[in-house]
Design a protein. Structure first.
Length: 181
């Protein structure tokens, strides 16, 4: 990894991500007639990494076009605080700037995961843009890092682990895990 990218990763204080295509593989299965009657599958390793990042002091946010009670619940389980849930979003860059302002962050202090055209502005504006292996070409071109795995298959885990290892924060006391998480 090039030195300037390593330096940029060192400054990351917050992690934000899209849901569909990042935390999920992008599949949406309708199970009923209501708009919120949808099933999305989230990878457990991604959930774990997001919770760990939150527990270790990173500000974790979701900026997504999706908006259902199930998504909200899953995000809370992933360590995202209610105030950092931006669901039903169409203009992601303005919401990203609002998130940064709310927490006194510079965009360079935020890593962002995105997989498609609506994410490209944020991928370019943030300090460390991450796209899953199966992201749209436009998202991959805008990102600083493309994961080895596709969305919904551990890409959040891969990116968070990369950041936390670079900052020497990816270590655990397995005997006392339940006290921290």
């Amino acid at each position: 990894m090039e030195q300037s990218l390593k330096d940029r990763i060192q400054g990351i204080k917050a992690i934000a991500y899209d849901l569909d295509g990042v935390a999920t593989d992008g599949s949406i299965i309708p199970i009923g007639p209501a708009p919120e009657d949808l099933v999305r599958i989230v990878n457990a390793k991604d959930s774990f990494a997001s919770r760990v990042a939150s527990a270790k002091g990173y500000i974790v946010a979701v900026i997504s076009g999706g908006n259902t009670p199930a998504l909200r619940s899953r995000c809370l389980h992933m360590g995202v605080k209610e105030e950092n849930l931006y669901l039903g979003v169409r203009g992601k860059l303005s919401v990203f700037k609002e998130f940064c302002d709310r927490h006194g962050l510079q965009p360079a202090e935020v890593a962002y995961f995105g997989d498609d055209i609506p994410d490209t502005q944020v991928l370019r504006a943030c300090g460390f843009g991450i796209a899953p292996a199966d992201a749209a070409e436009e998202a991959k071109a805008a990102a600083d890092y493309v994961t080895k795995v596709p969305g919904g298959r551990g890409c959040i885990r891969e990116g968070i682990e990369l950041i936390m290892k670079a900052q020497d924060k990816w270590h655990f006391d397995e005997d006392h895990y339940e006290l921290l998480y």
